[in-house]
Ligand binder design. Structure first.
Ligand code: GDD
Ligand code: MG
Length: 368
């Protein structure tokens, strides 16, 4: 059985992080995101090949995963000449398939029991089975209504507030029958959510829901990207190096090749990757994730932030609740806080103040 991973989107909501790093390979701690999805696929012995459906910066992804040798799965790459949308991409990548195929959005993290989803699909002889998950606010997702027997009655992508009738949404994980792909137009953009799924309902085909109430997140915005790190450090999603600890939130994880000088303060949960130096008097506070080859200089403080590789945080600078890309330089005494997101190679000069104003109401103007 094959799996198609839809990993060709531009990741616009995660910009500027995705300008040089396509969303499927943004790091979660020290591993590119796709590794976590491959881990899930590996749990199903029947899945022997993964087709990565790519468009945006495909080379970067191919270079990382090669033929899949290290991951234990065979990996094939299909690069669209132009973005074909979620359904067009499935048709393009699945052209030669003759058996049921698992399809995954390339930005969702979950622990769903895929083998059980496949079993339900077979048992119901469905044309399509999709995994649903309950969320508080479905407006950013595809709303899915079902009947009591688990048949899908309605699929509404990005519902407006007055269109929200239930809490279950499309989790971005499907089992599909390739015979249905013929209805997807060839070589033009087509949406699985707005056109293909509604077509199954219109034709009254067997279209089944598998509701999963376990962990689920779409990492596609800076807030969610930050959230997934918190969830791992709090033990809500189990992943190394926090997976096996009885109380993950107390862990201060320092890679063997990192150097934390005497007099530096680490407060868990936090993660410091290889070859990074934390100088005396510096503080790495709770929910901080520091990538490889970073420098946290004397009396600098990092708290609740994600710092990608090769970034320098100079003396007495403060970085709070923010995300910094690779090769950034934060000058002395600079303050960066409240949801700032800096792209790779950003330079913040000494004493600068950057405030992301996240979750704050827009400023009102006071006119005389
Ligand atoms: N190959 C290819 N080509 N992949 C694409 C294309 C394309 O033209 N467009 C999007 N993708 C990939 C993205 O890389 C991503 O992995 C996946 O398809 C979904 O696209 P998103 O842009 O992340 O969609 P979304 O998050 O707004 O909504 C989708 O996911 C939700 C769950 O996270 C929908 O499927 C919703 O219905 C769903 O609830
Ligand atoms: Mg998404």
């Amino acid at each position: 059985m094959k799996a198609i991973l839809l990993a060709g989107g531009k990741g616009t909501r995660l910009r500027p992080l995705t300008i040089h790093t396509p969303k499927p390979i943004v790091p979660i701690f020290d591993r590119p995101f796709l590794h976590y999805q491959l881990d899930l696929l590996k749990r199903v012995p029947e899945i022997d090949e993964v087709i990565l459906s790519l468009n945006y910066q495909p080379r970067r992804i191919e270079e990382l995963f090669g033929d899949g040798g290290d991951s234990g799965l065979s990996i094939k790459y299909v690069v669209e000449p132009a973005p074909l949308g979620t359904a067009g991409a499935v048709r393009y990548a699945g052209e030669s398939l003759r058996e049921s195929v698992v399809v995954f959005n390339g930005d969702v993290l979950t622990e769903v029991d895929l083998a059980a989803v496949i079993a339900l699909h077979r048992e119901r002889k469905a044309k399509a089975t999709i995994v649903l998950t309950p969320v508080e606010n479905p407006s950013a997702y595809g709303l899915v209504e079902t009947d009591a027997a688990g048949n899908i009655q309605r699929f509404l992508e990005k519902p407006k507030p007055d269109e929200i009738t239930c809490e279950t949404i499309n989790a971005g994980i499907y089992v599909l029958e390739p015979e249905t792909f013929e209805r997807i137009p060839k070589d033009m953009p087509w949406s699985i959510e707005r056109s293909f799924f509604p077509s199954l309902i219109e034709r009254d085909e067997t279209f089944v829901a598998y509701v999963d109430r376990g962990y689920w997140i779409d990492i596609g915005t800076p807030e969610k990207y930050m959230q997934v790190h918190h969830d791992v450090m709090d033990g809500r999603f189990r992943a190394p190096p926090f997976a096996d600890a009885a109380s993950p939130a107390s862990i201060t994880w320092v890679a063997p090749g990192a150097r934390v000088e005497d007099g530096a303060i680490l407060e868990g949960p936090c993660f410091i990757d290889d070859a990074t130096v934390v100088k005396a008097g510096a503080r790495v506070g709770p929910y901080s994730v520091i990538g490889r080859h970073c420098h946290i200089e004397e009396h600098a403080a990092v708290e609740g932030s994600i710092v990608w590789a090769n970034t320098r945080i100079s003396q007495e600078a403060v970085v709070r609740a923010s995300i910094l890309g690779r090769h950034c330089h934060i000058g002395r005494n600079a303050t960066i806080q409240n949801g700032v997101v800096l792209g790779d190679k950003s330079v913040i000069t000494d004493h600068s103040r950057c405030n992301g104003m996240s979750h704050q109401p827009p400023a009102t103007s006071h006119r005389p």
